[in-house]
Design a protein around this ligand. Sequence first.
Ligand code: KIV
Length: 277
Amino acid sequence: MSTQLFKPVSGHAKKITTHVLYEMKRKGEKIAMLTAYDFTMARILDDADIDLILVGDSASNVMAGHETTLPITLDHMIYHAASVVRGIKNCLVVVDLPFGTYQGNSKNALESSIRIMKEAGGHSIKLEGGEEIRESIERILSAGIPVMGHLGLTPQSIYKFGTYSVRAKEEDEAEQLIKDAKMLEEVGCFAMVLEKVPAHLAKKVAETVSIPVIGIGAGPDVDGQVLVLHDMLGLNVDFSPRFLRRYNNFYEQMHNSVTNYIKDVKTNDFPNEKESY
Ligand code: KIV
């Protein structure tokens, strides 16, 4: 099957850069981002004209089966990111800096980011936090590496928060979040993710900063949306937050396919004569 057939229909397929993303925000064109962790999925997303692929540390959950994002290592992230980069032509690839590779000091943060750029061929990095990691962000940016921020619910701090519930509902936390968003813009981040915050606050942030704000559980009034691929495809049935829209039920479909295959093997129906040499 030639996927090229579909290209003229969308007519998009332009190379996405950080500049293109600014322009999209300026023109009010929404930005679509999804996670991917491997070559095959990245190729499908890129061919469908996704703007951004996030090689998220959610790989720790959906690929490795950990309960949190904390255990995934920089080597693991580089492996996933390199696989994704080999599958894409047009979209921009953002790679999460995993827990413990940037919080210690800014030198450590820069070294981790350089490894992602050199060894995986990533286009940019994302890291979680505000003022407390400003120095690290500035140092990474000073090496010419594009940085995406991440505010609101920051899953690497789950043991500090204690829950995955909505963040910044109280005024003081909301005020701090706006300050952090302004800081991310001021130091030169090209975009930020805003996770699980009230929609009115997300709207305010998106109106306040000139860089794109990509929401997940942050309502409709931001510059783009991101979801975890395994969640939106219905591959991961254990996770059903209110913000998640499922576009398929692949868990069930794959389960049925595998059940049918097992039946065909056991009954000697597969392979048949046509499937044999
Ligand atoms: O790791 C991830 O998938 C993320 C998204 C939830 C934004 O950071």
